[in-house]
Design a protein around this ligand. Sequence first.
Ligand code: GAL
Length: 360
Amino acid sequence: MNRFRLGPVIMLLLVGFIVSCAEESDNRDRPSGEMNADSPIRIGFSIATDTFIIERWNKDIKVFNSAATELGADVLLQMSAGGTQAQIEQIRYLLTQEIDVLVVLPHDTDMLAGVVRAANDRDIPVISYDRLIQGVPVRAFISFDNEEVGRLFGKALTEAVPEGRYLIVNGSIRDNNSYRVNSGLHEVIQPYVERGDIEIVEEIWLEAWSSDEARERIGEVLERTTDIDAISAGNDQIANAAIQLLSERRMAEEVAVVGQDADLLSTQRVVEGLQLMTVYKPIHKLATRAVELAVAIAEDEAPEPDRYTTNDSGVEIPFYVEEPQAVFSWNMDDTIIRDGFHSAEDVYRTIRREDDTAQN
Ligand code: GAL
C-alpha cells in the first residue's frame, strides 16, 4: 500500500484513538445526572443468581427492559448464574460503560460492599433490587415487604394448622430477604409456639436458592420423622421439592405447604390442593417502578421513599416498597389470572374445574 493511501488510514486510527480517549475521560469525569441532551439514560443492571432455573427473574428482566424502552432509557444487562465473583466482575465491567445508574440484584447481600463503594466513588448511584446489599450506603432499595411475606406464611399455616408440628425451610443464608421473611414468620407463629400449640420439628437454612439442596435437606428430615403437619418453604422451588418428597411418601395432601413467587408449577399445586398458598409478588409493579426510580435518580429527581431501612452501613436507606399477596385456590382468579401473571389455561391445566365440566 503506497504512503499516500496509508495517510487516510492513519488519520482514521488517530481520530478513533482521540475519540476513545475523550469518551474514557468523559466517562471518568462525567458525574451522573448530567446527561447530554440527546443521549438516553444508561441503566446498568447486574443480576447474579444461584441457578438460571428460578422462573421469576426472567419476568423481572422482561418487564424491566420493556419499561426502560417505554421511558427511552438504555439497559446494559449483565446476568449470570455464577454467584458472587461473577457478579463483582459484571459490576466492574458496567462501571466502565458510561452508565448513569446501577441496579443490582445481589447474589450475596453481604459480599458486594467493595464493588458498590467503587460505584459510589465514581458518583454512580446504586439501587439494590429486590434484595438489600449490606454494609455500604446504596442510593435506594426497592423490593417487596419481605417481613410481610413471612407474616403471610405464618397466617396461612396457623389458620390451616393451628396446632401441629412445623418444619421451617428458610431460603439462602446469603440473601438478606431470607432473614426478613423468617422474622415475619416467627412473629406470627411465636404465640402458638409459646402456648405449646405449635412445635417446630426442625428449622433449616439453605446455602443457596437451590431446589436440589432443598430436596436433599428436606429428605434428610423426612428420613428422621414424617410426623409433620406444616412446612414453611422459603420459595416455591423449595415448596415444590417438599411436595415431591411428600408425594413419594403418600403424604402430600396431609401436610400444609407454603412458598413464594407464584411460580407456575406452584399455582398448579395450589389449585390441585397440594400447596396451601404461594405469596404472589407482582413483578410488573416492582420492575416497572425500579426503572422509573432509576431514571428519576439519574435525573436527580428521586421521589420520596415509602420508608427508610438500614443495612449496617451507618446510613438510612430510602426504601421503595411493594406489597405481596397471599394466593390460595379460592382467590387465584382475582390475583394471578386477573394480572395475567399466568394464564388460566396454564394454571388449571392439570385439573378440570367444575364450570369446565359443566361446559362439556
Ligand atoms: C429472594 C426473593 C424471593 C425469591 C428468591 C429466589 O430474594 O425475595 O422472592 O425470588 O429470591 O427464588
